[in-house]
Design a protein around this ligand. Structure first.
Ligand SMILES: Nc1ncnc2c1ncn2[C@@H]1O[C@H](COP(=O)(O)OP(=O)(O)O)[C@@H](O)[C@H]1O
Ligand SMILES: CC(C)(COP(=O)(O)O)[C@@H](O)C(=O)NCCC(=O)O
Ligand SMILES: [K+]
Length: 279
């Protein structure tokens, strides 16, 4: 089995992948912290022959994790942001400072769709752009839904946005504090993504496929007007592409990769942008 780990600021996601069949056998998530117990928090390491890790948590968390895993599994791969990989040129002035989850998402998106806009709705919402040809432009970081909510001291922090809510509901004016807060932050996230996507496509003169991942991807997806795909395993896809271990991975196939709808035309994107400026 291959153990894939995606250590975010809030949650540590794991999944077990069968090295022979390339099937995902199990998956889970635990709060990100310094130490976990294999066998209860994460799967028993006896059956694991290789580990691949993406981590944006504090350095100590990664070091502890790698030390723990290396004691039992010889083969541990830790992803890093680099100036170039898999045909993508990192747009950061200091490429190693780009969050590795963003880098892996950009690599996976590029491998799947050519150029892309890769959005990760987690603790932070990150929006990254890769042009056809592989130039990563850099991106945007804004607080995620939960962080936005927690920064307001209105006694609403424990009432999360219901992930099954309809977008029309979430975009309507709130008539109670908790509604006003939830609808406000939802509007902030969704309109920022719509605007940034349109602005950058306009600037670069290309309509890019839009991909969404992260804990809040599903609910954010409902509020987006432009065609896009949700890919929960996008960061894992980057790990597969960087460290291919199975036959399918070596052939360039990433687990759970969605069908990507073609983007709307650049003319439509520009018309939408011009319209929103008139208002
Ligand atoms: N079951 C859940 N537990 C915790 N957070 C959740 C859950 N479902 C959705 N979320 C949302 O997803 C975010 C965490 O998403 P994730 O992509 O795992 O973040 P990160 O990679 O930063 O740890 C939380 O901030 C919260 O808004
Ligand atoms: C921006 C992030 C905090 C997002 O992390 P996440 O929300 O997925 O936990 C992470 O990618 C990070 O720590 N990046 C380093 C700074 C940067 O990318 O510029
Ligand atoms: K994120």
């Amino acid at each position: 089995m291959i153990l894939d780990l995606d250590i975010g600021n809030t949650l540590t996601k794991w999944r077990l992948k069968d090295a022979d069949s390339s099937e995902i056998r199990s998956r889970g998530a635990v709060w990100t912290r310094e130490e976990w117990r294999p066998g209860s928090d994460i799967p028993d390491l006896d059956i694991v022959e290789a580990v691949r890790i993406s981590s944006v948590a504090r350095r100590a968390v990664l070091e502890e994790t790698v030390a723990l895993l290396q004691r039992q599994v010889g083969n541990v791969h830790v992803a890093r942001s680099t100036p170039e990989a898999l045909g993508v040129a990192n747009g950061y002035e200091e490429p190693e400072r780009l969050g590795v989850d963003r880098w892996l998402g950009a690599l996976a998106g590029y491998q799947l769709a050519g150029g892309c806009c890769a959005v990760d709705c987690g603790s932070a919402i990150t929006i990254d752009f890769v042009l056809p040809g592989g130039r990563h432009l850099g991106g945007y970081i804004l607080p995620g839904l939960r962080l936005m909510k927690e920064s307001l001291k209105l006694g609403t922090r424990n009432v999360a946005i219901d992930p099954d809510s309809e977008a029309e509901e979430l975009l309507a004016p709130g008539r109670r504090t908790v509604e006003a807060v939830n609808h406000g932050i939802y509007m902030a996230a969704v309109s920022a993504i719509n605007r940034v996507y349109a602005e950058v496509c306009d600037m670069e003169g290309v309509a890019l496929p839009l991909l969404l991942t992260g804990g809040d991807a599903r609910v954010v997806s409902r509020g987006l007007q432009v065609p896009h795909a949700v890919w929960p395993d996008m960061v894992y896809g980057g790990l597969e592409a960087c460290f291919p271990l199975t036959a399918a991975e070596r052939a360039g196939r990433m687990s759970g990769a969605p069908r990507v709808p073609p983007p709307v035309s650049l003319e439509k994107i520009r018309a939408g942008l011009a319209f929103s400026m008139l208002l």
